[in-house]
Design a protein around this ligand. Structure first.
Ligand SMILES: NC(=O)c1ccc[n+]([C@@H]2O[C@H](COP(=O)([O-])OP(=O)(O)OC[C@H]3O[C@@H](n4cnc5c(N)ncnc54)[C@H](OP(=O)(O)O)[C@@H]3O)[C@@H](O)[C@H]2O)c1
Length: 332
C-alpha cells in the first residue's frame, strides 16, 4: 500500500505467512524468502524492484537475501536495495532479516575473491556502505574455497559478529564433510553457524544425499535457493518462450536448450500440480516445504504476481504417498 508516497505495510502481513525456527537458534524465518540475484540490477526497472519488495513484505516475507556480486553490475542489487530501504522500509528495519554474502569474484586483484579474511572483511564493509546499513542480519561465505584454510574463513565470519557487522553467519554451497568441519570451528570460536544455503529443487536433489541430515544433526537451518529451477518449475515455458523470461533474456545461468530438454518432465509435473489444485510453482515450493528440516525456501521473482502465486504454496504442503510416487516417476 502506498499513501502520500510513504509505504505503509499491510497490517495483516504476519497472518499470511508461517515462520520456522532456524536450526537450534532463536531466529524464525518465513517459509518463503525473497532473493535479489535477478531483477534488481542496473538495467532492471527500479519501480518494479520496489514493488517486488513491498509485495513480499505485505505478504509476511521478512527475509531479503543479497550478495556482494548481485546485479548486473556487481554491487548494483545492494545499491538499489539500499535506496529502496531508505525510501520505503526505514521504519521496518527491525522487522527485516537482511543477508549478504561474499565468496565469488568481486573486484580485481588477489583480494577480491574466494575465502581469505582480507577479502571477506573488506567485502562486508563494502556491502554495508552500498546498502546504507550498520549491520546485516546474516552474512554467508558464498562458496567453499579449498585454497584458504577453513579456520581463516571461519574466523573472518566470527570476527564480523564480534565487530557487530553481522548478527549471524552462514555458509553456502558447502558439501556435508566441509560443512561439518566449518560448524565445528565456528562452535569453538563461540559463533555457531546459523544456516546453510544450498541449491534444492525437484530437478536437483543433491542435498538429500547427506547434507540435510548433517544440518539437522548439527542444529543448523536450511534455506534452499532456486526452488523453481530458475523458473523452469512453473507453467511459463509450457506454451512457448515468453520474451521477458529468464531463459530468453540474456542470462548465463539458464538457456533455452535446458528448458527444451526439461520440457517433457515440466509438462508431466504440471499435470500432477493441477490435480492438487496448485500451480506448478506452488507444487514445487510445497514439495520442498513438506520436509521439516527445511527452514525457508528462497524464491526469486520478476513480477509481483509471481510472489502472490508462490506464497499460496504454504497453504498445502501435504503430499500423499501416491503423489510423491508419481512425482518420483516423472523425475526418474
Ligand atoms: N547461494 C548461492 O550460490 C545462490 C545461487 C543462486 C541463487 N541464490 C539465491 O536464491 C534466490 C532465488 O534464486 P532463483 O531466482 O534462481 O529462484 P527461483 O525461484 O528458482 O527462480 C526465480 C524465477 O522463476 C520465475 N518465477 C518465480 N515465481 C514464479 C511463478 N510463481 N510463476 C512463474 N514464474 C515464476 C521468475 O523468472 P522470470 O524472470 O523468467 O519471470 C523468477 O525470476 C536468488 O535471488 C538468490 O538470493 C543463491
Amino acid at each position: 500500500m502506498t499513501k502520500n508516497n510513504n509505504y505503509i505495510a499491510a497490517e495483516n502481513r504476519y497472518q499470511k505467512m508461517n515462520y520456522r525456527r532456524t536450526g537450534n537458534s532463536g531466529l524464525l524465518l518465513p517459509e518463503l524468502s525473497l532473493g535479489l540475484w535477478h531483477n534488481f540490477g542496473d538495467n532492471d526497472n527500479f519501480k518494479n524492484a520496489r514493488n517486488l519488495l513491498k509485495c513480499a513484505f505485505d505478504n509476511g516475507i521478512t527475509h531479503f537475501d543479497l550478495a556482494n556480486n548481485y546485479g548486473p553490475s556487481p554491487g548494483a542489487a545492494e545499491e538499489n536495495f539500499g535506496k529502496i530501504l531508505k525510501k520505503d522500509f526505514k521504519n521496518y528495519r527491525d522487522e527485516l532479516i537482511i543477508s549478504s554474502k561474499a565468496g565469488y569474484g568481486m573486484w580485481p586483484g588477489p583480494y577480491g575473491d574466494n575465502g581469505s579474511k582480507k577479502y571477506l572483511i573488506s567485502s562486508l564493509d563494502q556491502s554495508l556502505r552500498r546498502m546504507g546499513l550498520e549491520y546485516v542480519d546474516i552474512f554467508y561465505h558464498h562458496r567453499p574455497d579449498h585454497e584458504t584454510p577453513l579456520e581463516e574463513t571461519m574466523s573472518a565470519l566470527d570476527l564480523m559478529v564480534k565487530q557487530g557487522k553481522t548478527l549471524y553467519v552462514g555458509i553456502s554451497n558447502y558439501h556435508p564433510k566441509e560443512a561439518e568441519k566449518a560448524f565445528k570451528i565456528l562452535k569453538n570460536l563461540g559463533t555457531p553457524c546459523l544456516i546453510h544455503q544450498p541449491k534444492y529443487n525437484l530437478f536437483d536433489r543433491w542435498i538429500e544425499d547427506g547434507l540435510l541430515n548433517t544440518l539437522k544433526k548439527s542444529g543448523v537451518g536450511t534455506i534452499c535457493f532456486s526452488p523453481l529451477a530458475q523458473g523452469m518449475l512453473t507453467d511459463k515455458y509450457i506454451n512457448g518462450l515468453p520474451k521477458d523470461s529468464r531463459a530468453v533474456k540474456e542470462s548465463p545461468f539458464l538457456n533455452t536448450d535446458t528448458v527444451f530438454e526439461m520440457l517433457p518432465k515440466i509438462k508431466e509435473l504440471n499435470e500432477i500440480a493441477k490435480n492438487r489444485n496448485q500451480s506448478l510453482a506452488q507444487m514445487a515450493i510445497s514439495w520442498i516445504l513438506k520436509d521439516d528440516r527445511i527452514t525457508s525456501v528462497l524464491i526469486g521473482a520478476s513480477k509481483t504476481e509471481q510472489i502472490l502465486d508462490s506464497v499460496k504454496a504454504t497453504e498445502n504442503t501435504h503430499f500423499s504417498e501416491e503423489e510423491l510416487m508419481n512425482i518420483n516417476t516423472v523425475l526418474l
